[in-house]
Ligand binder design. Structure first.
Ligand SMILES: [Zn+2]
Ligand SMILES: [Zn+2]
Length: 255
């Protein structure tokens, strides 16, 4: 029992770590092509971001590995693999429920971490990236990583989700974590500044959190920020003199 549990935790840590390196690496490569020199002079910061992120990979990997083991051995979780076990409409809805629950948890813990004491102890690590890069996706102090690492394992114990839908949730989590920090907007301007962008968070929104701090706390949706009056609209990227033209987040929609 114990060797299988340890193996599962180590395997999951490896998967999370490699996933981070591959996805952040791919977007860092895309950044170098689209905006050559955007990360110039940030070598030290990037090494720091990678170090914290790999530490976070273990903190994310261990609870995920324990849950994967419990799912396999003891049917602990409510993850299911036969799509017909629940109504088909639950497939897309479960993805939304997971993303909204994660966003809600993130908004309130993140907002709390901007109080002086927890900021000093934990969240300052994430904000030491000025400006963040594609490598900052998981650059969190271990306390903050722990607060994030328990969300999905906790949800799969309570809310039924098909294994493929869970894969989509994890893919969205990974890609948005990277793109929101990479210093330019990957989504088209008409989307970011249109109706969808009023409710969905992309790099232009999170950029403003990293410049202004006490606003734009959300993860995927602007729902809580708008409801609680902490949404300050989209930030701007300064790409002058660098390749590729301006980013999509030039405006302030004063949400
Ligand atoms: Zn951030
Ligand atoms: Zn913050």
């Amino acid at each position: 029992m114990l060797p299988a549990l340890i193996f599962s935790a180590c395997a999951m840590t490896l998967i999370v770590g490699v996933r981070y390196l591959v996805v952040s690496g791919a977007f860092a490569w895309a950044t170098a092509r689209r905006y050559p020199g955007l990360y110039a002079g940030q070598g030290r910061q990037i090494r720091r971001e990678i170090g914290w992120s790999l530490a976070s990979a273990a903190i994310y990997g261990v609870p995920a590995g324990v849950l994967a083991w419990g799912w396999d051995q003891h049917s602990w979780t409510r993850i299911y693999s036969h799509a017909a076990d629940y109504p088909l409409w639950w497939l897309p809805l479960s993805v939304l429920v997971f993303l909204f629950a994660h966003d809600t948890w993130f908004y309130w813990t993140h907002r709390w971490m901007h109080r002086p004491a927890p900021f000093r102890v934990a969240h300052a690590v994430h904000h030491a990236s000025r400006p963040p890069t594609a490598w900052a996706a998981m650059a969190f102090h271990p306390w903050e990583a722990l607060s994030g690492a328990i969300v999905i394992p906790g949800l799969v114990l309570i809310v039924p989700i098909h294994v493929a839908a869970l894969g989509i949730v994890l893919a969205v989590m990974t890609v948005m974590g990277v793109t929101n920090h990479m210093g330019w907007e990957v989504f088209p301007r008409y989307w970011v500044q249109g109706k969808m962008g009023r409710w969905l968070i992309t790099a232009s929104h999170h950029q403003r959190h990293h410049t202004d701090y006490r606003c734009n706390y959300g993860l995927y949706f602007r729902f809580w920020d708008r409801l609680c009056g902490t949404d300050r609209g989209l930030g701007a990227f300064d790409h002058r003199g660098r390749g590729g033209g301006a980013g999509a987040g030039g405006g302030d929609d004063a949400a």
